[in-house]
Design a protein around this ligand. Structure first.
Ligand SMILES: *Cc1c(COP(=O)(O)O)cnc(C)c1O
Length: 350
């Protein structure tokens, strides 16, 4: 079976981890600081803080922005449950918005209808596509850019996540680069990052305030930093694979908007079938050819469903859950694997 996803750990990555293990300092230390500097360097501004997961990064970013208890936060329905977990953990109330059928990202036009009381939104750059951060801001919402799937992507006016009050990242095993687990927050506003640091640094404080251990280790940071240095190569390799898939796609199957856009980080290659039956036939067809596919978000995982909201209010998310299938995409795919995926794709009759 050609794996749908696979972390790519090179000899240099292992050497970087080994150096930390040999150094005698394996907890949060100089390598975490170096990773934070590297992320801030990508933006050429602001500062960054490394944490234990993408979910922790979201929670800490919400907390640093400092809302009233139980404030409403807009989230897209077609997204992972980590968003709900972070919002609830921060003592806030999620307001679920439907997504755009083209980009799969939160639909800013729905703010007045589905989240009139939200002053903060989490905009997921779904599978690496760009969410309409400025559209949310124009409607009076501050934005946390969830770049867990877009790290290393370049938008029209800067690195993915350069708009909004903070950008969050995940280093989980299925993301662009990985430390097994891990997360990062970047912000142009140093005060937000200072608040997050203060919250993480719980030990040896002169006065007490509730804080928590969401720290990253130098072992994780070494693994992440070594891969971070390869980000533009990873982006190019993924783009090359995706343009092959795109050429092989038969008429009758669609793709997510911006699939071939220069600069975009392709975290997933999402094929859109015309209906659920065709999607399920494609699933079987690819599986029979030994190709590992995924349904990234199933119907029951949609955030409005978890909250018991009316599915009729979320037509785009419902349709995506029924029609999307994700093809193998990682830098370890060899030429015969790519050719096998293309062959199977082009022989499918939608
Ligand atoms: C993976 C992911 C998260 C959560 O990150 P973890 O590191 O798994 O906690 C949040 N948002 C999005 C969009 C993700 O893809």
């Amino acid at each position: 079976m050609i794996p749908h996803n696979r972390p790519c750990i090179t000899a240099e990555d292992r050497a970087a981890v080994d150096a930390v293990l040999a150094s005698g300092w394996i907890a949060r230390g100089p390598v975490v600081a170096a990773l934070e500097r590297a992320l801030a360097g990508l933006y050429g501004a602001g500062s960054a803080c490394a944490v234990s997961s993408g979910t922790a990064a979201l929670y800490l970013a919400i907390r640093a922005i400092g809302l009233e208890p139980r404030s409403a936060i807009a989230v897209p329905s077609y997204a992972c449950v980590a968003l709900l977990n972070a919002v609830h953990m921060a003592g806030c109330t999620p307001r679920v918005l439907d997504v755009r059928p083209d980009t799969f990202c939160i639909d800013a036009h729905l703010l007045p209808r589905q989240a009139p009381d939200a002053r903060l939104a989490i905009a997921v750059h779904c599978f690496g596509a760009t969410a309409d951060v400025m559209g949310l801001e124009a409607r009076g919402c501050a934005v946390i850019a969830d770049c867990c799937q877009s790290l290393g992507g370049i938008d029209a006016d800067g690195p993915s996540g350069c708009h909004g009050r903070a950008a969050v990242f995940s280093l989980y095993a299925t993301k662009i680069i990985t430390a097994g687990q891990g997360g990062l927050v970047w912000s142009r506003e140093p005060v937000l990052i200072d608040r997050i640091r203060d919250y993480l640094e719980f030990d040896g404080r002169e006065t007490y305030a509730p804080r928590f251990n969401f720290q990253m280790t130098d072992i994780q940071a070494a693994l992440a930093l070594s891969q971070f240095e390869r980000l533009s190569g990873i982006r190019n390799t993924r783009a090359r694979i995706c343009s092959r898939y795109r050429e092989a796609l038969p008429d009758g199957l669609g793709v997510q908007a911006a699939t071939a856009l220069t600069g975009r980080m392709m975290q997933r290659f999402a094929v859109v079938a015309p209906d659920r039956a065709t999607r399920d036939r494609l699933w079987t067809h690819l599986g029979d050819a030994g190709i590992g596919c995924a349904v990234p978000i199933q119907r029951f995982e949609l955030l409005h469903r978890y909250l018991g909201l009316d599915p009729d209010d979320y037509p785009a998310s419902e349709a995506l859950a029924d029609t999307v299938i994700s093809l193998p995409l990682h830098v370890g795919l060899a030429e015969p694997d790519i050719a096998a995926v293309c062959q199977a794709l082009s022989s499918f009759k939608p």
